[in-house]
Design a protein around this ligand. Structure first.
Ligand code: ATP
Length: 363
């Protein structure tokens, strides 16, 4: 185990800033996911931790001290990439034994650890086979087992499951979590898949264009996104977001949207908005919180017509056309059908508001 501290880390490639003043503290034994869209700087950050790239600026500390070596093995780091990195011409057994053999561990210890790890990853029946003859799923298992067997202090995984088929990916997600509990390594896990990050990580660091947007526990970033980017990136289906302008008229307040329509805001939301600095506001609410049916005084009420009903496993998502655009609704829509007229209730307490210009959270 090792703690990792990234302090004001910047990485330039010529004039281009791939990682911009990144500050991130990763605790001993923590499972940290780096989440963000393609090109946001996740792999570059990981490569700097691994010593594959050096930072242009800033400081990287392991257990409070600068790394003494650029080499992965000297830093006690195990690395698993998207594309399995194994010796295809060697047997599975020799692949698993490789790092222990290099370290000149006694033969009986190597045999014991190889057998235990192979069992652990359910590849014990493949030990005698050439690694290159395995399926892609199994090769990635070997790659993970091959890194894990060395019991690195820090385990870096860069999109390790993205080439695997969906069912196996779900299985491996659970396996990785168990593996981390057993070995208690510090793990950094790069992914662009928010479901993967939400289900695996203790905390998630969400990045965009080289910058850290927010870091927090999965439910924390889901319930309390710091900005529009995080609100949109995390959660499925994507959050409902309505851009508009807050207008007041006497004691009432309205959110006017681009098509000239407006919705009346309940007084408690109006009061919250009056404290905000911006009148250009994006109102966000998750589909899970929108309810079709009876209204309460603390709801924003919007009539609409069901455009389409999507089924996601056992639940349904109604896409409802309203005067302020399509809103997704997941409560009270079990029997909803296309063409049906509904009243949507958006509980004020579940509404998030953002400054449209800066993207920052207001409420
Ligand atoms: P992906 O999921 O697509 O791998 P990422 O979030 O991991 O994306 P990085 O691979 O870290 O992103 O790349 C961040 C940015 O830095 C990208 O715009 C990429 O093109 C650029 N970049 C990465 N490596 C280099 C390099 N060696 N030279 C120049 N630009 C680079």
């Amino acid at each position: 185990m090792s703690s990792i501290s990234l302090q004001n880390i910047t990485k330039q490639f010529g004039d281009f800033t791939a990682v911009n003043k990144l500050n991130l503290e990763i605790a001993n034994g923590e499972f940290m996911a780096l989440l963000g869209p393609s090109g946001c700087g996740k792999t570059t950050t990981m490569n700097m931790v691994a010593g594959i790239e050096s930072a242009s600026n800033g400081q990287l500390l392991f257990d409070g001290k600068p790394p003494t070596s650029q080499k992965l093995q000297d830093r006690g780091i195990g690395f698993v990439f998207q594309n399995y990195a194994i010796f295809t011409h060697m047997t599975v057994r020799d692949n698993l034994a490789f790092s222990l053999t290099v370290k000149k561990r006694p033969t009986d210890e190597i045999n014991r650890r190889v057998t235990a790890m192979a069992k652990r990853m359910s590849i014990d029946h493949r030990l005698a086979e050439l690694a290159g003859s395995l399926s892609v799923n199994e090769m990635q298992k070997v790659a993970i087992a091959r890194s894990a067997i060395a019991e690195p202090k820090v385990f870096l995984l860069d999109e390790p499951l993205s080439n695997l088929d969906a069912g196996f990916r779900a299985y491996m997600r659970a396996e990785l979590k168990i593996l981390q509990h057993e070995f208690k390594q510090t793990m950094i896990y790069v992914t662009h898949d928010q479901i993967e990050a939400m289900s695996l990580a203790d905390r998630i660091a969400i990045m965009d264009k080289g910058k850290l947007m927010q870091v927090g526990a999965p439910l924390d970033v889901y319930n309390n996104p710091a900005n529009i980017f995080v609100a949109r990136f995390v959660g499925s289906p994507a959050i409902n977001m309505v851009d508009g302008e807050v207008r007041t008229s006497g004691s009432s307040a309205y959110l006017g949207v681009a098509n000239g329509q407006q919705i009346e805001l309940p007084s408690d939301l109006h009061q919250l908005f009056s404290k905000s600095i911006s009148s250009a506001v994006s109102l966000g609410i998750r589909a899970q919180e929108v309810r079709a049916g009876q209204a309460s005084d603390h709801d924003i009420i919007i009539p609409g017509r069901v455009d389409v009903v999507e089924r996601i496993g056992p639940v349904k998502v109604a896409h409802v056309e309203t005067q302020i655009g399509i809103l997704k609704c997941m409560q009270g829509v079990e029997l909803a059908q296309a063409g049906q007229h509904l009243i949507l209730n958006l509980p004020v307490a579940k509404c998030l508001a953002f400054d449209t210009t800066t993207g920052n959270r207001l409420i």
